[in-house]
Design a protein around this ligand. Structure first.
Ligand SMILES: Cc1cc2nc3c(=O)[nH]c(=O)nc-3n(C[C@H](O)[C@H](O)[C@H](O)COP(=O)(O)OP(=O)(O)OC[C@H]3O[C@@H](n4cnc5c(N)ncnc54)[C@H](O)[C@@H]3O)c2cc1C
Length: 363
C-alpha cells in the first residue's frame, strides 16, 4: 500500500516543481520581506496579509488544478504515464481478449506521423494500478487516427498484468506510456524477412503486417514469411488478426507466405477456416520446407555444402529472421536470450542452419 501511495505522490511532485516555478516568481516577489515603514497603518498591514493569503491560496488551487494531473498529460510519451479509456474488452479465444483503448484527443502526439517513433514495430507500457507494475503490449494497428489502439492480450494463470487487463470493463481508465521501439523497421534493407512467433508473440508481426507489409508498394521486392505456432487450433489468433494475414497470403503469395503450426490437434477448430495447419513444433525440417517450398523434394543435404551454393550465379539473399514468443520457443528456434536482456548468441534451429547474429533478432 505504501508503495502505491509513494508512487502516486511522486509523479504529481514533478509537475508541482515546474508549475511552482511559474507561479512562484510572482508570488515570492509579493511575499519577499520588505522594509516596513514605521508609520505603516494597520490597514496596509491587513492589505499585505490579504495579498499574501490570496497568492498562497491561488498557488494551492493552481497546484491542485486537475489539468496538471499526470493522468491528463497532453501527449503520449515514453517518459510519463497518461490515462486512456477502455472502449471494448472482448473474449477472443481461450485466455485471450481483444482490448481497445482510446487516448483523449489532446494526447495524440503532434509529430505523430513524421518523427519515426511510431514507425513499426513499437509497443506501450501498461501500468497495473493495483500493484504498480508495468508490462509491454503491442498495438496491432499502431496508433489509429481516432486515437484508439487495439491489443490482443493473453492472461496467464499466475500472470499479474494480463489478468488485471482481462478484468477491465468499458469506461475503465488504464495508464500507459510509449511508444517504445521493439524493432526498428527500415524499408529495402532485406530481400526476405522471416517472422517466427508463438502465442501472443505474433502481435509485433501483425503490427508490421498492418502498417508495412499490406501497404507495400508494387515496386517493393522484399518477401515476407510468417511461421506462427499455437498450442491447439482454437488457440490460434482470432479472425481480426488471422483473416487479413490469411487473405493477403492467398492474394499475394509471391510477397507474403503464412504457415500455421499447432503443437497438437485436440479436435478443436481454428478461429478461421484454414486449409492446412502443420502439426508439431517448428523444427529444422519444417522451417527449411517453408522457406524453400519449391525445393521441398530436393535432397536437404545439398544446401549444407558451400560448393553447391558457390556454384550458383545468384548473389546471396539478404535474409532476416525475427523471432518472438515464449522464452522456451525463442530458445528452441534461435537460442536463448543473453544476460541483461541482450540477444545472446544465435542457437537453436537457426544456429544449426548456419544463420548468424546479423541475420537473427529475438524481439
Ligand atoms: C515488446 C513486448 C511486447 C509485448 N506485446 C504483448 C502483446 O501484444 N500481448 C500480450 O499478451 N503480451 C505481450 N507481451 C508480453 C507482456 O508484456 C507480459 O510479459 C505478459 O502479458 C505476461 O505478463 P503478466 O504480468 O500477465 O505475467 P507475469 O506476472 O509477468 O508472469 C507470471 C507467470 O506467467 C507465466 N508467463 C508470463 N509470461 C509468459 C509467456 N510469455 N509465456 C509463457 N508463460 C508466461 C510465467 O509462468 C510467469 O511466471 C509483450 C512483451 C514485450 C516485451
Amino acid at each position: 500500500m505504501w508503495r502505491q501511495l509513494c508512487y502516486k505522490s511522486r509523479l504529481p511532485l514533478t509537475y508541482r516543481a515546474s508549475s511552482y516555478n511559474h507561479v512562484s516568481r510572482r508570488f515570492l516577489s509579493q511575499l519577499a520581506p520588505q522594509p516596513v515603514p514605521e508609520d505603516i497603518s494597520s490597514g496596509r498591514r491587513y492589505l499585505n496579509l490579504l495579498v499574501g493569503f490570496c497568492a498562497g491560496a491561488s498557488i494551492y488551487f493552481f497546484l491542485d488544478d486537475p489539468r496538471l494531473s499526470p493522468l491528463d498529460r497532453p501527449t503520449l510519451t515514453p517518459r510519463q504515464f497518461i490515462s486512456s479509456k477502455v472502449l471494448d474488452n472482448e473474449p477472443s479465444g481461450p485466455n485471450t481478449k481483444l482490448l481497445r483503448l482510446a487516448l483523449p484527443p489532446h494526447a495524440l502526439p503532434p509529430a505523430y506521423s513524421s518523427d519515426g517513433s511510431f514507425d513499426p514495430i513499437w509497443s506501450v507500457y501498461v501500468k497495473d494500478d493495483d500493484i504498480q507494475v508495468e508490462r509491454a503490449y503491442t498495438p496491432l494497428n499502431g496508433l489509429e487516427s481516432d486515437g484508439s489502439m487495439l491489443f490482443w492480450v493473453k492472461k496467464y494463470p499466475k500472470g499479474e498484468v494480463g489478468r488485471w487487463l482481462h478484468s477491465k470493463q468499458p469506461g475503465d481508465k488504464i495508464e500507459l506510456r510509449g511508444p517504445l521501439k521493439t524493432w526498428p523497421w527500415k524499408a529495402d534493407q532485406w530481400d526476405e524477412i522471416v517472422m517466427i512467433s508463438g502465442g501472443t508473440g505474433i502481435t509485433p508481426f501483425v503490427q508490421l503486417f498492418n502498417r508495412v507489409i499490406s501497404r507495400a508498394p508494387a515496386t517493393s521486392t522484399t518477401k515476407y514469411t510468417l511461421l506462427h505456432c499455437s498450442r491447439v487450433p482454437e488457440e490460434l489468433p482470432p479472425p481480426t488478426l488471422l483473416k487479413p494475414l490469411f487473405d493477403y497470403s492467398k492474394e499475394h503469395p509471391e510477397k507474403f507466405n503464412l504457415h500455421l503450426f499447432v503443437d497438437e490437434q485436440d479436435g478443436s477448430n481454428p478461429p478461421v477456416p484454414i486449409p492446412h495447419i502443420n502439426t508439431g513444433f517448428i523444427n529444422e525440417k519444417s522451417l527449411t520446407k517453408c522457406l524453400n517450398p519449391n525445393k521441398a523434394e530436393e535432397s536437404w543435404w545439398k544446401g549444407k555444402f558451400s560448393w553447391t551454393t558457390s556454384s550458383s550465379k545468384e548473389p546471396p539473399k539478404k535474409i532476416l529472421f525475427l523471432v518472438c514468443g515464449p522464452e522456451g520457443m525463442v530458445g528452441a528456434v534461435a537460442g536463448p536470450y543473453g544476460r541483461n536482456l541482450s540477444q545472446g548468441p544465435v542457437g537453436g534451429i537457426l544456429g544449426k542452419l548456419g544463420y548468424t547474429s546479423d541475420q537473427v533478432y529475438k524481439l
